[in-house]
Design a protein around this ligand. Structure first.
Ligand code: SF4
Ligand code: SF4
Ligand code: SF4
Length: 459
């Protein structure tokens, strides 16, 4: 079926950035935050390497993950033009869409604290005019029109991400004899990829531990609280209602540090139907509410012992655990866009492994402690020993500390069973912080620039 699309010809693009400038002027954006980007291979212009460019903005995809995954329902599709429109008033600035979009289209604006992106120049195209970027291209490399769907797999520009989401862009095939655009310079010195890569500036990563540390602590706090609540119900482990509420509130506060618009955080739960982030926040809130209620009922705090005549505190606690279990699944699913440096699907710090691990310790179940220590340790060692690339810098000392914090409590537990859990727990916690931090440190999401680097330099 014909649809409105960008048509891009890499053979013609000279990388002049006129499209970028035109977009900036048309939409009043402030550089360096450009809605359109020119992705260049060999922009250091080394004479022995092929040079080519492709210009990219939002591709107004058929199956747009930004729409599906935005927890605040800030994206919508314009029925007439097919444009995916971002609603600035609804955005909470959580940046989750910047992970979900493989084309690096939504950009976080540090001034406004929300994201913004290309709107397909909807006013212009509704008025039968070309988008500003298209109108400005001096060599006709960027066009716009109603086009039959093309098989992107057959016409991929090197580095273009084929995520199977129906981007509204038609890529003109490269010249017949070329797998990629090349320039010939037989007199130039030979340079290998490794050398060329050393000239490149550091690739800007989207997942940085310095930005995600609050998520490290939130996911651990959530796993710990769910484990604690479960241990209290199944093994009569003492649990202080006040401490539980305090820790849960701190966990929630941690998530708000991450969002740009703190007064809009209630919008987090609007997309429970489609977004794992919404589901995570919703189910954790339900876990927190029910968990606190069951503890207050149990201890008859604030006269809540007989608040609900038809249900007892234990049943409310079990309902809390059900929401807790769903929280753990949601936490792990939120990161489905991550590409791990080791290509492994299982990580020792995943929430669904960590919570049962902590539960086993709190409930004092030796067999489960042993099994999950083995699982976590095995996954950790396997991950560290199977890395066969240089994408992530490794810290052997840190790895040794992590393994020590996993094994030492277990050895103490076996040889000195009377050792207090309150001595072992801080050690376990330090180990979990290291492991969860590495989870972010060793992950990235797909971007056109990342694909180009991967394709040509494998770094
Ligand atoms: S279509 Fe309009 S908003 Fe989108 S990149 Fe082009 S000029 Fe910018
Ligand atoms: S390019 Fe990215 S932001 Fe645009 S519609 Fe597709 S997924 Fe959404
Ligand atoms: S609320 Fe989050 S996911 Fe939705 S548009 Fe804003 S930053 Fe993107």
């Amino acid at each position: 079926m014909a649809k409105n699309a960008f048509i891009f010809d890499t053979n013609k693009c000279v990388g002049c950035m006129a499209c970028v400038v035109a977009c900036t002027i048309e939409n009043g954006t402030t550089t360096p935050l450009n809605w359109r980007t020119v992705n260049s291979h060999n922009y250091i212009k080394h004479p022995t390497l092929p040079v080519f460019h492709y210009s990219l903005a939002c591709n107004h995809c058929d199956d747009a993950p930004c729409i599906t995954n935005c927890p605040a329902l800030a994206y919508s599709r314009d029925k007439d033009t097919g444009a995916i429109i971002h609603n600035a008033e609804a955005c909470i600035g959580c940046t989750y869409c910047t992970w979900a979009c493989p084309y690096d289209a939504p950009k976080f604006n540090e001034q406004t604290k929300i994201v913004e992106k290309c709107n397909f120049c909807i006013d212009r195209i509704s008025d039968n005019r070309k988008p500003a970027c298209v109108a400005a291209c001096p060599v006709g490399a960027l066009e716009y029109g109603a086009n039959e769907e093309v098989d992107l797999k057959k016409h991929l520009t090197p580095g273009f991400v084929d995520a199977g989401i129906g981007p509204s862009i038609q890529l003109v095939p490269l010249r017949k004899e070329h797998e990629m655009p090349t320039i010939e310079n037989i007199d130039a010195p030979v340079i290998d990829n490794e050398k060329a890569a050393s000239y490149l500036p550091k690739l800007k990563t989207k997942v940085e531990l310095s930005k995600e540390w609050t998520l490290v602590l939130f996911s651990l706090a959530a796993a710990g609280l769910i484990a604690w609540q479960a241990a209290a119900i199944t093994s009569q482990v003492a649990i202080s209602p006040i401490l539980f509420v305090l820790l849960a509130l701190i966990a929630i506060a941690l998530t708000t540090i991450h969002v740009g618009k703190k007064f809009r955080i209630w919008r987090f739960i609007l997309n429970v139907k489609g977004s794992w982030l919404s589901r995570e926040i919703f189910s954790f809130s339900a876990f927190f509410g029910l968990g606190a209620l069951s503890l207050f009922m149990k201890d008859n705090l604030l006269g809540m012992g007989n608040l609900l005549s038809f249900v007892d505190s234990k049943t409310v606690g079990i309902a809390a655990i059900v929401f807790g279990a769903f929280t753990l699944v949601s936490i792990d699913m939120v990161y489905k866009f991550f590409i791990r440096a080791d290509n492994l699907k299982l990580h020792s710090a995943m929430a669904w492994i960590t919570a049962p691990f902590l539960f086993a310790w709190l409930a004092n179940i030796p067999l489960l402690i042993g099994l999950l220590t083995l699982l976590k340790g095995g996954l950790y060692i396997y991950r560290k020993t199977t890395f066969c690339n240089n994408k992530v810098k490794h810290h052997p000392t840190l790895s040794a500390v992590r393994l020590l914090t996993l094994t030492l409590p277990f050895i103490l537990f076996i040889v000195m069973p009377q050792t207090s859990l309150w001595i072992l727990l801080p050690t376990l916690f330090v180990g979990e912080v290291i492991d969860r931090s590495e989870f972010y440190h060793e992950s990235e999401v797909r971007t056109p620039q990342g694909e180009l680097r991967e394709l040509f330099y494998h770094n």
